[in-house]
Structures are given as C-alpha cells and as structure tokens.
Design a protein around this ligand. Structure first.
Ligand code: ACO
Length: 357
C-alpha cells in the first residue's frame, strides 16, 4: 500500500521570451546564457495571475482538461487536501491554496500554502504521504479529524513580478509557470517509497527575496506619530526596499550541486535502492550545469535526468512538477518505473523523494 501519483499537469504562459530579446533590458547575450545555464527561453505571465497558472496545471492533473497525464478523471469531492507550493502567491490572505480550492470547487479539501522555495513540491508531497499513511493507519487524531485519501499538490510561480529586470545575473534565469500532481492512497500500490528532507542555514543571505510591506506605519520608538505621511516621506528618502530575488550565484551553485547529490544518495539509501533501480530522475530545473555537476558526483548518466529547462527557465516551486508532467507527456515514465524527484533552493532547503509509478 502507498501514496500513488495518479495524475499530473502543467501550465506555461503564452509569451515566450528568447535569450537575445533580453538584450533590450540588460547587457547579455544568448551564448552566455545558454553556456552557463542551458536556458534558451522562458515564459512570462502578462495578464495571467499565479492562480490562473495553478488552476490550468491542476485541471490537467485532475483529468478535467486535455494536455496532462492522468489515470482517470478525479471528481471535485474526492480531493481531501490541497497544498500550493509557491513563493510568489497573488495574496498573503487568502492563501493561494484557499483561492484555488474555491476556483476548482473542492468541497472537502483542506487547503494551505507551503513555502520551501524550489524544494516546495518535494516537501508538499512528503506532507501528503505522511498524512495519508497516518489516516490509513488510523493514528490517533489524524484518522478521525481529516482523513486524507486523495490530495492535489501544485507548484505555481509568477517569478517575473519578483525579478529585478535590471540585474543581468538573475533576470536571465527565471520564468513563470505551474505544475501539479494528484496523489491517491492505494492498498495495491507501493507509491512513495521514501523521502529525505533537509534544511540548512544560509548565513550570508546567498538567496533572498524580502517581503516589502507598503503601508506607512505611524509609530516611532517614542510612540505614535500621527502624521503617517511624514513617516512615508522619511521612508522614501531612505529608499524603498525592493521586493526582488537577490542571489550570490556561485555560493548557490556550490550549495545546490552538493545538496542535490546528497539528497539523491540519502533517499536511495533510506529506500534500500541504488541508481540502477531508477528509471528517471526529475530534478529542480535551476541550471543545467548544476545537474551535470551533481550527475558527475553521483556517477550517473545524464540521460537519466529529465530536463525541460531550455524553454521554461527556473520556475522555483513549479519547476519539479512542471518537469514531471513534461516527463509523462514525453512518455519517459511507465507504470512500475521507480522515479526520483529532487529539489534544492532558498532557505536553504533541499530534499528528494522516490516513488514507484
Ligand atoms: N550575461 C552576460 N554576462 C553576465 C551575465 C549575463 N546575464 N550575468 C553575469 N555576467 C557576467 C558577470 O558580471 C561576470 O563578469 P566579470 O567576470 O566581468 O565580473 C561574468 O559574467 C561571470 O560571472 P559569474 O557570476 O562568475 O558567472 P557564473 O559562471 O558563476 O554563472 C550563474 C552565473 C549562472 C548565476 C551561476 O552562478 C549559477 O547558475 N548559479 C546558481 C544559481 C541558480 O541557479 N540560482 C537559481 C535560483 S536558486 C535555485 O533555484 C536554487
């Protein structure tokens, strides 16, 4: 018995921006971007919101719209749990998951957002598996309260809104998109065989994005400052902080390559498997060179990794489910195959999960 993946889907905005087009914004070129990252183009959401992208990916995964892969159509009332993994939700309240629950009309789903940056989908799926296993085992409290038999996990990002389009070292990397997976507890299938999650400190702030609140605050250390406009003027003079991703590329590169190889090694060890047992590895699509570096460390053929970074760029929490849906669409994953999902990102977070398809 286990938590089986029974559907997945993806969404990319219509506008595709080629590397050379970014020359209009920053001093860069196609050759530099392709050689350093493997990215040729990315998709940008102009009118579509993060929620729009999440909804499109979810509908494919649920078998409601064409384009995804699903074993059967899932009815709205069958979903018990909805997790949206994102760092670029449309609102703080309601959560993206609450908004998506209403859009999709999932009457029985509890819904919440999860921020583990680019590792979001691996974290989210691990939470799902744990709740399903607890429900199935009748663990005190868990089974009686919110039994989880079917769950929808979505990764959705509109990173273009938190990208500094004047900073060439970051703006060439990111894109918008969404991916989704539907999971079901199945007495007959193995499903998720193991997972391994890691958090470690990022003491130098190698990867950050501040949350900038814009309302003037009419207080000082001495108490209330009735003229909120005066406070706003002071803040303007000091310079408004930017809500944009900042990154020390080389520090992140070193962390990512090590963390990715370690996560794959640990999850396979925990599950009593070796790389030879694995049909496909779906990694976070941050940079093709990071994947190559990790593959070398693992002594694993690059052919085993499924990449779609060339035309999607780095879509953070959307990246792993988007690539997973792409792998199914390409016919790379068949029933019975063992598949590894591996992520790494801000926090720092990292982790891997292995499942039997
Ligand atoms: N176009 C042209 N030149 C550029 C660009 C650009 N877009 N960006 C930087 N350069 C220049 C730099 O200014 C520098 O010039 P200089 O030597 O004259 O100073 C030169 O290129 C080399 O810069 P480096 O930063 O050393 O380049 P590097 O080989 O490290 O590649 C990169 C940079 C691609 C960002 C790399 O460090 C990387 O991929 N890091 C991983 C970060 C990552 O993937 N983050 C994703 C977000 S986090 C996540 O998903 C986990």
């Amino acid at each position: 018995m286990g938590c089986a993946l029974i559907g997945c889907g993806k969404a990319l905005p219509a506008l595709e921006v080629q590397n050379d087009e970014l020359k209009a914004l920053v001093d860069t070129n196609n050759e530099w971007i392709v050689t350093r990252t493997g990215i040729e183009s990315r998709h940008i959401a102009v009118e579509e919101t993060n929620l729009d992208l999440a909804e499109r990916a979810a509908r494919e995964a649920l078998g409601w719209d064409e384009g995804g892969w699903s074993e059967r159509r899932i009815e709205p009332e069958e979903i018990d749990l909805l997790i949206v993994c994102t760092i670029s939700g449309d609102n703080l309240v309601p959560s993206e998951a609450s908004s998506l629950r209403m859009r999709l009309g999932l009457p029985n789903a509890i819904a919440f957002d999860l921020n583990a940056a680019c590792t979001g989908f691996v974290y989210g799926t691990t939470v799902v598996e744990a709740l399903m296993a607890a429900s199935a085992a009748g663990v005190a409290g868990a089974a009686g309260r919110n039994p989880v038999r079917r769950a929808l996990v979505v990764g959705a990002e509109r990173l273009s809104r938190i990208t500094d389009w004047a900073e060439r070292s970051t703006c060439v990397l990111f894109g918008d998109g969404a991916g989704a997976g539907v999971f079901e507890w199945d007495e007959e299938r193995a499903g998720v065989l193991g997972s391994h999650l890691v958090n470690e400190d990022d003491p130098t702030g190698a990867l950050t994005c501040a949350l900038t609140y814009d309302m003037p605050v009419p207080f000082s250390e001495d108490g209330i400052v009735p003229d909120a406009n005066a406070e706003a003027a002071v803040r303007e003079k000091a310079g408004n902080p930017q809500q944009a991703i900042t990154m020390n590329g080389q520090a992140v590169f070193k962390f990512a390559a090590r963390a990715m190889a370690d996560a794959v090694t640990c999850v396979l060890e925990n599950a009593g498997l070796s790389l030879d047992d694995i049909a496909c590895i779906v990694p976070h699509q941050a940079n093709e060179r990071i994947v190559k570096f990790a593959a070398k460390k693992l002594e694993c053929d690059m052919d085993k990794f499924h990449l779609c970074i060339a035309h999607a760029g780095n879509t953070s929490a959307a990246s792993v489910p988007l690539a997973l849906a792409d792998a199914y669409a390409a016919g790379r994953i068949k029933r019975g195959d063992k598949v590894v999902l591996v992520g790494f990102g801000g926090g720092f977070t990292s982790g891997a999960l292995v499942y039997e398809a």
